[in-house]
Design a protein around this ligand. Sequence first.
Ligand SMILES: *[C@@H]1O[C@H](CO)[C@@H](O)[C@H](O)[C@H]1NC(C)=O
Ligand SMILES: *[C@@H]1O[C@H](CO)[C@@H](O)[C@H](O)[C@H]1NC(C)=O
Length: 474
Amino acid sequence: MRMTFSLSNIMMTRRIMQSKRSSSIGVTITLWLFGLHLICAHNVKSPTALTIKEDSGDLNQVEETQLEDEDPEDLEVFHPTNNWQTLRPGQAVPAGSHVRLNLQTGQREVKLGEEEGLKYWRDGNRQGMMNMQAPSFTAQELKEALKYFKEGTDDSSGTKQDEEEVRAKFRPIEELKKDMKALDMLIETDVQVMKRLLTQFNDSKSTSEEKVAALLDLEYLVHQVDNAQNMVSMGGMHLVINALNSTDVRLQESAAFVLGSAVSSNPSVQVEAVEGGGLQKLLTLLATQRPMAVKKKVLFAVASLLRHFPFAQSHFLKLGGGQVLAELFQTPGAEALRVRIITVLYDMIVEKELISQAGLDLIPDSTHQERLRQYAEVSLLPVLVEQGWCSLVPELLASSEHDWVEKALRTLLAMMAQCQTQYKQNPTLMASLNELHKQYKELALTEQDIGEQDGYFGEILALVDSMVVKMQHV
Ligand SMILES: *[C@@H]1O[C@H](CO)[C@@H](O)[C@H](O)[C@H]1NC(C)=O
Ligand SMILES: *[C@@H]1O[C@H](CO)[C@@H](O)[C@H](O)[C@H]1NC(C)=O
């Protein structure tokens, strides 16, 4: 009887991006043949375990191969269930089971197979690819190939005649490699995965849950520059922007999340998002009543869209973005978002300042001139003054969170030139600064006591003192 073994229990893991942005990463699926246990099921009572052990997908770099005819009593057969269970060394997995590599523990996990095809899985910060449908090799074929493999690497074993016999009878390793290549072809590229996700998302028959799941998987992929750009060319940006004003808040939230990640440090995608009307839709979401979870992701998307993108920034101002943020800042229940809002403004102020400062010691080239010109069009500070930010930002000083206070102080200092008059007329601000001076002086001292000279509290104290000095400056 010819029994086949499905390679479905070969685990494929996706190399996790180390640095968030690297355009050089194209198709990044790495095949790790981490381990392959199979049962020769031609006789259930006397199974044979074969183990290929490798630490890379390259069959040339095999470090160890084993071929063992194990005693049936020695072989422990693993019984998968519907839940992932950790596989112990030496346990054999029935064909058709799903096996994945847990990237945190380095252990393999097994469950019953029920799905078909390739599956991208994600569980917290662990992720990978699973192959559910792979070509079948006969157990005998694999065994023979492995035996040949062993003969080839181990000169001491077997006679020359044995070897020739093996060569004549068994499939050469090149063929096995070919089979492995065929398997490799079955791994979806990122583009294919994104196509599938977009189709799932765009399918009117998909449930909301399925659509949200597709968006979240997409979000993971678009961190890569190339993937985000491919998503745009596949029409995905258009779908995501449309989803921003879906009637389902979970879709709004996930769409904003995808958008924010896709545009992060990705200028060409930023352009597409703004030209596709994304900014307008995001601001509408911020300006209207929405759950906080939605607003939080929308704010993330707005911040990513504006960062290092003066065109979007002037667009933001023209669309009344500053006003939208000022209203959100004052909305009861949105306190948790306040520091994020301030951060968006602070980043824009500082960005523009740094650009003009950089111009002082650079030999001006045309790109720099163009950037200066674009930033010159972003007339942020006068707008912020008009919208009342000189008195809104000081409200954050009452926060008990040190980093909120720090961010507020930095923003206040960044707005000093435009806001100084208003600061001086704000008695609450003066009182807060005095209070903060006392508080952080004490904290800075405790910091010094434990040997930290340039500690965090000392830094905040310096900001407080700088505020006091600069406010009095004429
Ligand atoms: C989404 O579906 C619509 C209608 O079925 C179709 O016209 C459009 O091309 C699809 N978009 C994408 C990106 O798949
Ligand atoms: C989405 O926005 C468009 C234009 O901005 C509008 O025509 C449409 O009615 C909106 N849909 C929902 C569900 O809010």
